[in-house]
Design a binder for this molecule. Structure first.
Ligand code: PA5
Ligand code: NI
Length: 189
């Protein structure tokens, strides 16, 4: 096993910038087809808002390490009544957990396991969420500012998007006259 050196990494709580960073990607709304409940609202938002950026992920990965970490920064916004959110995934390696720490903004972490149990964890500055092995997780920005959180995970966890892409998660997070409401997803089967 190679010797690894300690490393200082700076994270900006407002922008999610990671320095040094080793990788990043951006998700525009056009790349999130089928994620949101209301397909017509998705197409309309895409057109009217010229394919906005929904979220950006920046990471720091040290070659040879068992862990890596980074940030996700999600813009405030909605598709119809549904707040901006990530794709959501299980980890490919079902034994791997993860930790999310919220740095700024306001949101919800939606979790569900394969037995159908659903949980939410509030996301606001100073809160961390433990995501147990084999729980699907999706973050949702239900505030008016960017939601910035850091995450810490095994490099072997991997992302399994298949099941959630196919049938969604059991709950939807909607804006009902300015109030955040969780409702059953009628499309889930
Ligand atoms: O590993 C994680 O859980 C995060 O880094 C997410 O991948 C990130 O928040 C983006 O979400 P998703 O991969 O569900 O699109
Ligand atoms: Ni994950």
């Amino acid at each position: 096993m190679s010797e690894l050196n300690p490393t200082q990494v700076s994270i900006n709580s407002d922008t999610g910038a990671v320095s040094p960073e080793t990788g990043r990607y951006i998700k525009h709304l056009s790349e999130l087809e089928g994620i949101y409940f209301d397909g017509e609202a998705w197409a309309r938002t895409l057109r009217e808002e010229s394919d906005p950026v929904v979220y950006e992920v920046v990471e720091f990965k040290k070659q040879g390490s068992d862990l890596f970490f980074g940030t996700t920064t999600m813009q405030p916004g909605k598709v119809g009544d549904e707040y901006y959110m990530t794709r959501g995934h299980f980890h490919e390696d079902r034994t791997k957990s993860e930790v999310y720490c919220t740095l700024s903004g306001r949101g919800l972490l939606l979790l569900e396991n394969r037995q159908g149990q659903c949980e939410t964890v509030e996301m606001r500055e100073g809160t961390c969420a433990f995501i147990p092995p084999d729980w699907a997780h999706r973050s949702i920005n239900c505030g008016s500012e960017p939601l910035v959180f850091s995450w810490f995970c095994s490099v072997e966890a991997g992302h399994d998007y298949g099941q959630i892409l196919k049938q969604g998660m059991r709950k939807l997070c909607l804006d009902r006259d300015g109030e955040v409401e969780m409702v059953d997803n009628p499309n889930f089967n």
